[in-house]
Ligand binder design. Structure first.
Ligand SMILES: [Fe+2]
Ligand SMILES: [Fe+2]
Length: 181
């Protein structure tokens, strides 16, 4: 059976690829800014705009209906980590703006925020895959998974900021070739 947690895990595979690419790009003193911008845009539009929307707007609320607390425990921790992730993204975005305005020293801030994001997201995804999703699979019915999958699909149909899922996956593929991942 296709499950909602499997769909989220599949997103994680792509997000982890993106993170591996970022790690390869970090600490280059002569970076290709367009590629760094593409990575930040993918985090914003795919990892956060799409994947975290699936979790925050659909998956976590259904888990709450099935008895999970949103104020403490794994969901609260996951929500908090999404916020921490957005702070790193803000740091990367500001750093890139400054860099493009000629402030070369801000490259350090870009890489620092990328490092932080990589570390945070690796731990975050491991917790979701290994702990939260296993708990969720015990709590959700077959119908719950079906409903969630349909709602996930609807997010795509409604349209996403910055492109389609196909566009995002193509961009990750292009970046992985560029950085020889
Ligand atoms: Fe998450
Ligand atoms: Fe996730």
């Amino acid at each position: 059976m296709e499950t909602a947690t499997k769909s989220l895990e599949n997103d994680h595979v792509q997000i982890l690829r993106l993170i591996d690419i970022m790690e390869l790009a970090i600490d280059n003193t002569e970076p290709d800014v367009r590629n760094l911008q593409m990575m930040v845009d993918l985090i914003k539009n795919y990892a956060d705009g799409y994947h975290h929307a699936k979790e925050e707007n659909l998956f976590f609320p259904l888990l709450a209906k099935r008895g999970f607390s949103e104020e403490q425990g794994p969901i609260a921790v996951m929500l908090h980590e999404h916020v921490l992730g957005r702070n790193y993204v803000k740091g990367m975005t500001e750093g890139l703006e400054n860099y493009q305005n000629g402030n070369k020293i801000s490259l350090g801030a870009i890489y620092k925020n990328m490092h932080g994001y990589i570390e945070l997201l690796r731990g975050h995804i491991a917790k979701e895959n290994n702990i939260l999703f296993k708990m969720a699979n015990n709590a959700l019915s077959e119908q719950d998974h079906k409903d969630l999958l349909q709602q996930f699909k609807q997010i795509e149909t409604d349209g996403l900021q910055g492109g389609t899922i196909g566009d995002f996956l193509n961009q990750i593929e292009t970046l992985s070739e560029t950085y020889h991942l």
